[in-house]
Design a protein around this ligand. Sequence first.
Ligand code: FE2
Length: 245
Amino acid sequence: MAELPGKALAEELAAASRDESRTTPIEDVIAAARSPGLDDDAVHRLVSRLWVLERMFYYVYGGWGQGLEINDFPASIKYLFSKQIVDESTHEMLYLDTLLRRGCVKTQKEAFQHPYGGFSVDSGVAYYVFSLRNLATYPHPIRIAALNLGPKIVELAWMEALAAVIADPALKQVFASQAVENRSHIAMGRRIVEEFVERPVDQELCRWACAIARQDYRRFLHETGDFVLRRETPPPPVARVRVTD
Ligand SMILES: [Fe+2]
């Protein structure tokens, strides 16, 4: 079989993400979970923030899905993406179920109203979500390269490490159960990049988009870690610019 055109690029993006994966600010949460352990309210804060991000994926993928109709992509790409939407939706429900089962909230409605579960436009989670949503204007393989070979690789690593140090069996399973999903998303990202990212201009776009996604995900993890550990997140070290697109 002939060499797939994007094979080297897929490996390059994945390697860069693996290098970064155990260096993010969520390591402080993993350390705290190991010792002294996270109290109930810290778990509530952590699961709530992760839930906010997961539920925003409906918004991100909604925009990406519309873009899939613009270009003529093979059915395999659409199938893999629809599977990813379903996975992310069950992931969102998993976090909500966790909040309900642990008694953090009594109803789904209460989860939305609780201050821990609110979405604020001026936040790291919003920054990351809008950044991903903005990729709707790029061809599908580029945004899949950015997310599935970027933050997904970082997520797989920290989530496995967190699951390993959590003592509570049910909570451990919440995080451990996502490894299969993450691995499959990473594998499909690799597959799409290998097969469909060929031209140098698209390869450059993938590098750019993947680096941006990782950087913005890192900011989300920083904010989440600080929220869980009750620390103050410093403002991002970038100049504020007006976005006009
Ligand atoms: Fe997920």
